[in-house]
Design a protein around this ligand. Structure first.
Ligand code: ZN
Length: 454
């Protein structure tokens, strides 16, 4: 999910993200810029985070050492049970949402009632590593780095959110705060139907003033995510009259299914391929006289003869956009191209459910500014936005259009997620925990952070 199209506003950040080395973590962790104005409560929050850093790390090791590949329902549940006990100890009401109806393990939900604006915290329990993967354990590489399955994606983020709440609890700030935590059990491979798999998260977002996602982001702790491209799939099916090839292009038999599909794809390319942040990729194509395509497995078969006009063509692809408006416009243009068929042919384009876009709204910018301010006041330096073309799809996108403010990538940074080289910069554990705790504290205290209840 990583395509490098740069825009001026993000150029420097992306370049920095591309060459992430532990040194960035060292710089952020050892920021010498003088801490700004922290209130007494905020200073006690910081002390709590520092005093619990060893516990947080021990919990992270414990969670990483439990395999919770999405298909390993028992493993996902074990991770959930450990985290659930932690939230219970903070006075949250916790619940396990069974995932049978959408063919996954399920989700962990924890709620702390309070009169403050509702804050939604998003994480996930599952990883991309199956039980038979050789990559199973947390391994400390040196003082500041460790490797392990899901260490940054995103068990580190789950622990950061939890210990930020623990610091708020210990400082007394949590008493008046309304916080809902949803840790999905199938983020890496969403259940079906998708609407059922994401219902818990969407319900939890109702009435929320802000949604905070704790994914690992683009690997640079000087950045956060306020926009993510959506990702949906589409299937184009064209038909034509089968005939002896010598009759192609005649009025009676027309152009055949293959030329019609080529016309449509060429139309997509000509009319839409220069729009920023819009990409659509025809990933698999099958055409001929006996055609089948299994879209889940992305496997197809086709039979045909050079002297027979193809009567069917199927193309499956994805569509990535930055905003609901860009998605609606792209779908509309693509459908209008599909309508003007070559002689003797038909074409049908179907869009499937997928990850909606998270647009860079003014509310998200405002939340980033609050996060940046909190980081500067902590003496941890500025935080800027990541270029959305570098931010893959993630669960925050399902609620981004529901809440007035959303941000993601508040989790543990490092590099090489989704690979056996997945590595965390452990110095970022207390850094990200402090940033998140102060942000949540200020959100709960700020009159402006009131949900615009629809
Ligand atoms: Zn993730």
């Amino acid at each position: 999910m990583r395509i490098a199209s740069l825009s001026r506003r993000f150029a420097t950040v992306v370049l920095a993200a591309l060459v992430v080395q532990p040194s960035i973590g060292a710089k952020v962790a050892a920021q010498s810029s003088s801490p700004g104005q922290l209130s007494p409560t905020e200073r006690s929050i910081v002390r709590s985070v520092d005093s619990h850093n060893r516990d947080a790390l021990a919990l992270l090791v414990r969670l990483v050492d439990i395999n919770s590949g999405t298909t390993n329902h028992a493993g996902v549940r074990r991770v959930a049970d450990i985290l659930r006990a932690q939230f219970d100890s903070l006075g949250f009401t916790t619940q396990w949402v069974d995932g049978t109806t959408f063919h996954r393990a399920g989700h962990l939900v924890a709620e702390h009632p309070g009169r403050g604006p509702k804050i939604l915290i998003i994480g996930h329990l599952d990883t991309v590593f199956d039980p038979d993967s050789p990559f199973q354990k947390f391994v400390r590489l040196d003082d500041s780095t460790a490797r392990g399955p899901g260490v940054i994606d995103m068990k580190g983020g789950d622990v950061i959110a939890l210990y930020a709440l623990r610091a708020l609890e210990e400082s007394g700030a949590l008493d008046s705060m309304h916080v809902v935590v949803v840790y999905d059990g199938d983020e890496e491979d969403a259940g079906t139907p998708l609407s059922a798999a994401r219902q818990t998260l969407i319900d939890a977002a109702h009435g929320a003033a802000a949604a905070l996602g704790f994914e690992d982001g683009a690997g640079d702790p000087r950045t956060a995510v306020i926009s993510r491209r959506g990702d949906i799939s589409w299937t184009l099916t064209t038909t034509g009259h089968t005939a002896h090839s010598s009759q192609i292009f005649t009025t009676e038999y027309g152009a055949g299914a293959v030329y019609e599909a080529a016309r449509v794809l060429d139309g997509f390319y000509r009319q839409l391929s220069t729009e920023r942040y819009l990409t659509f990729n025809p990933g698999v194509v099958v055409g001929g006289t006996a055609v089948s395509l299994d879209s889940t497995l992305s496997i197809g078969t086709a039979a045909g003869k050079t002297n027979v006009v193809a009567d069917t063509m199927v193309v499956a692809g994805d569509l990535r956009t930055l905003s609901p408006a860009q998605l609606a416009h792209a779908e509309q243009v693509m459908q209008s191209i599909v309508r003007h068929n070559l002689p003797g042919t038909t074409a049908r384009l179907v869009f499937a459910d997928g990850y909606p876009p998270m647009a860079p709204t003014a509310g998200n910018e405002r939340l980033l500014a609050m996060y940046d301010r909190a980081s500067r006041d902590l003496g941890l330096g500025p935080v800027v936005a990541v270029d959305p073309s570098r931010a893959g799809a993630a669960d925050v996108s399902f609620v981004a259009n529901e809440v007035p403010m959303a941000i993601d990538a508040l989790g543990l940074s490092g590099h090489d997620d989704h690979s056996p080289q997945e590595t965390a910069d452990l110095r970022m554990l207390p850094v990200q925990t402090k940033r998140a705790a102060i942000l949540m504290y200020r959100l709960s205290a700020s009159p402006g952070a009131r949900a615009t209840v629809p």
